[in-house]
Design a protein around this ligand. Structure first.
Ligand SMILES: [Zn+2]
Length: 108
């Protein structure tokens, strides 16, 4: 039987000139990432929130500090269920370091 050729990975051209990685909130699809340590869900959806879209202040669960309006950050929620109520706003740096730093006050 015929053997399938491995598909060459097609490189997506940036047609619009907009940066594909940090695309705007709304147009962007959320990406899947591993959840923070101790979380019940393995997979979280993560979306970048550009500063222009950050109109409220949030509490970052990573460092327990405030994310001020106008500060670009990420919003995450468990992928397993439709939890809009479970969305959490994180500093981008806190989210990316979540697995090495641990949640605030876990270490004492
Ligand atoms: Zn933080």
């Amino acid at each position: 039987m015929p053997r399938r050729k491995p598909q060459p990975r097609t490189r997506r051209t940036r047609s619009t000139g907009a940066s594909a990685g940090d695309s705007l909130f709304g147009g962007a699809t959320a990406r899947h990432e591993q959840g923070p340590p101790g979380s019940t869900d393995d997979t979280y959806l993560v979306r970048n929130v550009p500063g222009a879209r950050a109109t409220k202040s949030y509490r970052c669960p990573g460092c327990d500090h405030e994310i001020r309006p106008g500060v670009a950050h990420v919003v995450t929620w468990p992928a397993g269920f439709g939890g809009v109520d479970d969305r959490r706003h994180w500093h981008s740096g806190c989210w990316s370091g979540r697995r090495t730093r641990g949640i605030t006050r876990k270490w004492s």
